[in-house]
Design a binder for this molecule. Structure first.
Ligand code: AGP
Length: 607
């Protein structure tokens, strides 16, 4: 959730740290700070509440120093304030620490430190680390960090500077991502590739339980018992331009428009029309193994969970094996039964969502087989899984996920084909789905061309304080995702229901002030959906239908957003696209910060 950057080399650190923090701001953005090692063993620490631009404005004109760390925060312990912003420092100012994650035993450690006479200056868990390191008495900074980290429980990625050792940064990771970027006689540290791509294409990902000393000319990685580990560098696969707005007013607008190309990337080389099958070598599953699964369980959080529901329906329809999706955030807390003949699929854009990562661990601990449907290459979840399908959606910056979710849904279609074609899905049906998948990019272009019309509907929707989103079977997760996107960025209450459930309670709320967005595909449930819309209209509720051209609305006169038809199994993919635009334009009308909605972060790396 928080973003960490670090620099050591021949350049002035501050501008590099600030630029990196700006790139990481989407991870968390309620306060920011940097620590730069200055001349004569001093550390210059600057922290502000708010965005990185506030920090930039607050910095002194001359802030020189070639080693530093920076942080953009998403509050967990204590509100957003200057005192709670990172870096945190030891009492003598020698040690500075930035941290991403949560220290579970922070209260106990704070009490112990206070008893020992330490004056704590923040409400954060992180501050304890600065004091523990400074008070360790170990001979080296590395030993002091290892010793301090051994006393904490919880999750962390940390970067530490010591003004007495200005030739190094010491970093450590457990549960929160941390990457080293390798330059020419300079090194970078970051929570995310986004902060590194402008400087280097060579990176090394730290693993959980690993530490590193980073010098200007190289790095050494080691474990808690100080044994060296081997950490080769890999080449980054994203270009710096991919992270720019490219002329769009918001990343969300850009990412919505990128969807046709992003689908083309996920299917490239993976569709075999002749045999009506998808080739997913990364799953690391033989046809015999694929055939051996008698159930599929999908785990994700938030929108990834809703798309998991779309995927479960696709898998049941195409492979005819029981499949369901569950919120990963709840999964491990109910001591789940892990079955050897169940294929577990973890789905995540960032690959760093801690709840999903923990669900993967729980499955593996109990001997289950888990594959990933992940966007960020080399991320925690991607590496923890036994195999997987990369989404190839490209970098997604807006907190409200769009293109990654669409690629998740397409990824599920590919997995459903693989599972189906080793069972009873015929070659002809496989070819039918493949042809439909190939047509999706152009069909999405058609929907995107109607953006102006959808923007008009959004203005109406934005004027309501509360909205319902309804759908049935394939349409229900679409409604859930539509409501999620709407509430996330427009701050309007938006609730999703199964259309069939309306009359069991929620219908009581319907009146002129509560509009409903109804998902009405041209399927076997269209008539029932029409009947529900009539019941809403009869109670004075406005309805906006997201539907297909050939649904006969008869006498029912409600505004409609029409999407092209695909094969019914893939309908949710296209029905979701207008809901992204609806949410985007509602938030635009209301004047909110679309890419960085309040209280949220792109990558949820704390529980
Ligand atoms: C989507 O718009 C949300 N920001 C959120 O629900 C997100 O999908 C969820 O936090 C999961 O993230 P992940 O895909 O990176 O795991």
């Amino acid at each position: 959730m928080c973003g960490i950057v670090g620099y050591i080399g021949g350049q002035n650190a501050a501008p590099i740290l600030l630029e990196g923090l700006t790139r990481l701001e989407y991870r968390g953005y309620d306060s920011a700070g940097i620590a730069v090692l200055g001349p004569k063993d001093t550390t210059q620490v600057h922290r502000v509440v708010g965005r990185v631009r506030n920090l930039t404005a607050a910095l002194p004109k001359r802030l020189t120093g070639k080693v530093g760390i920076g942080h953009t925060r998403w509050a967990t312990h204590g509100p957003a304030s200057e005192d709670n912003a990172h870096p945190h420092t030891s009492e003598d100012g020698r040690i500075s620490v930035v941290h991403n994650g949560i220290i579970d035993n922070a209260d106990a450690l704070r009490a112990q430190l206070a008893d020992a006479g330490v004056k704590l200056t923040s409400e954060t868990d992180t501050e304890v680390l600065a004091h523990l390191i400074a008070r360790s008495g170990a001979d080296t900074l590395e030993d002091a960090v290892v010793e301090a980290v051994s006393r904490i429980t919880g999750t962390y990625a940390i970067a530490v500077t010591d003004s007495a050792h200005p030739d190094r940064l010491v970093i450590a990771r457990n549960g929160s991502p941390l990457i080293i970027g390798v330059g020419e006689r300079e090194m970078f540290v970051a929570s995310d590739l986004a902060a590194l791509v402008r400087h280097t294409s060579q990176v090394a990902h730290l693993d959980d339980g690993e530490f590193a000393t980073v010098f200007a000319t190289g790095y050494r990685t080691f474990t808690v018992d100080e044994s060296d580990t081997t950490k080769p560098t890999t080449e980054i696969d994203i270009a710096a331009e991919d992270l720019d707005l490219g002329g769009f007013p918001h990343y969300m607008a850009k990412e919505i428009q990128e969807q046709p190309e992003s689908i083309e990337r996920i299917i490239r080389g993976r569709l075999d029309h002749r045999f009506g099958v998808a080739r997913l070598d990364g799953l690391n599953l033989t046809p015999r193994e694929l055939r051996g699964f008698s159930r599929v369980k999908i785990l994700g959080c938030g929108s990834a969970y809703y798309v998991g529901q779309i995927g479960a329906t696709m898998i049941e329809e195409l492979a005819r094996i029981p499949a369901d999706a569950e919120a990963a955030s709840e999964f491990r807390y109910r001591n789940p039964i892990i079955e050897a003949d169940t294929l577990y699929i973890a789905v995540s854009q960032s690959g760093e969502t801690i709840d999903t990562a923990f669900a993967v661990e729980e499955i593996k601990r109990k001997g289950g087989r888990v594959v990933g449907l992940v966007n960020v290459v080399g991320s925690t979840i991607a590496r923890a899984c036994d195999g997987g399908v990369y989404l190839h959606a490209g970098p997604e910056i807006a907190v409200a996920s769009t293109k990654a979710l669409t690629n998740m849904a397409v990824g599920f279609a590919l997995i459903a084909l693989s599972l189906g074609r080793v069972r009873d899905l015929s070659n002809a049906d496989g070819q039918r789905i493949i042809a439909a998948i190939r047509a999706l990019p152009d069909q999405i272009r058609t929907i995107l061309a109607a953006e102006g019309e959808i923007a008009e509907h959004a203005k109406v929707a934005a004027s309501a304080n509360s909205l319902f989103f309804i759908g049935r079977v394939r349409g229900f997760p679409v409604a859930r995702e539509g409501a999620q996107k709407f509430k996330e960025i427009s701050y309007r209450h938006a609730e999703a229901y199964q259309t069939s459930e309306l009359k069991h309670g929620p219908l009581a709320l319907i009146d002129e002030s509560l509009p409903t967005v109804a998902i009405v595909p041209a399927d076997e449930l269209a008539d029932r959906n029409l009947a529900a819309m009539q019941q809403i209209r009869a109670r004075g509720g406005a309805v906006l239908a997201v539907t297909h051209e050939d649904v006969d609305f008869g006498e029912l006169d409600v505004p409609r957003i029409v999407v092209p038809r695909t094969e019914p199994e893939l309908d949710p993919i296209l029905l979701t696209i207008p809901l992204q635009l609806l949410a985007y334009h509602a938030a635009l009308t209301l004047g909110y910060d679309i890419d960085k909605p309040r209280n949220l972060a792109k990558s949820v790396t704390v529980e």
